[in-house]
Write a protein that binds this ligand. Structure first.
Ligand SMILES: N[C@@H](CCC(=O)N[C@@H](CS)C(=O)NCC(=O)O)C(=O)O
Length: 224
């Protein structure tokens, strides 16, 4: 196998795939995405014109795989490891995908909107968009808190793709718009995720870059 993984350690969607790679000790060559030079960005756009990372290149099969969930499914199908992150049973696989979509669309996306707003030039902020993103997070937090009342991981006792999505999504979302003390289950779930060796490794590899996270002060206040 010859896998090249294009990523940045700080990126939530990249951490999601790193968790999957580390869970199964999948060997890969890291390709650090750095768009500070126009040449690097242009080279990346040749691989994936949408310009978003993570991205996986399977050089043996000459395949380029974008999108975090699709990368995790590709790894599961082509390079399975000891942990099946997408269950073989079709009904359980569908439920896993629903939870994975939930974390991407209703936790990662509003978190990115709130964080991204802090980077906008003066006078071009979107207060209504931020309020709507925070309201969406509140709804998502309440749903997760109820869902996680009696489970260890998103699908029960087996760690899965949805947990890979949940870890970075909840960690950064809690900094952008805190869960608050009332939501014990979502807080406990995040603590379990952050203690999981695969995610703990991704977090420690991101530590040198946290100063570039626009809400670094809030991040450090929560997680040290
Ligand atoms: N749907 C994509 C989202 C990826 C994404 O939003 N990546 C961010 C980093 S976390 C990115 O590429 N940002 C750079 C940009 O938008 O220019 C996935 O699941 O991989």
């Amino acid at each position: 196998m010859s896998l090249e993984f294009y990523f940045h350690p700080l990126s939530s969607f990249c951490q999601k795939v790193l968790i999957a790679l580390y869970e199964n000790d999948t060997p890969f060559t890291p390709r650090f995405v750095d768009f500070s030079g126009e040449g690097e960005r242009a080279d990346f756009l040749k691989l994936w014109p949408i310009g978003k990372f993570p991205l996986l290149r399977d050089t043996d099969k000459d395949r380029t795989i974008p999108e975090s969930s699709i990368i995790i499914e590709y790894l599961a199908q082509n390079y399975p490891g000891k942990i099946a992150l997408t269950p073989a049973d079709p009904d359980l696989a569908r439920q896993t995908r629903l939870r994975d979509r939930f974390y991407d669309l209703y936790v990662m996306a509003p978190m990115q909107q709130i964080v991204g707003d802090t980077l906008r030039p003066d006078g071009q902020n979107d207060p209504l968009g931020v309020r709507q993103a925070k309201a969406l997070l509140e709804t998502a937090y309440n749903m997760i808190d109820a869902d996680m009342a009696d489970k260890t991981w998103a699908m029960g006792e087996s760690f899965c793709m949805a947990d890979c999505a949940a870890g970075p999504a909840l960690m950064y979302a809690n900094a952008a718009s805190p869960f608050g003390p009332g939501r014990k289950n979502v807080g406990a779930y995040l603590r379990r995720l952050m203690a999981r060796p695969s995610f703990a490794r991704a977090i420690s590899e991101a530590a040198p870059y946290i100063k570039f996270f626009p809400m670094a002060d809030k991040y450090h206040a929560l997680y040290g």
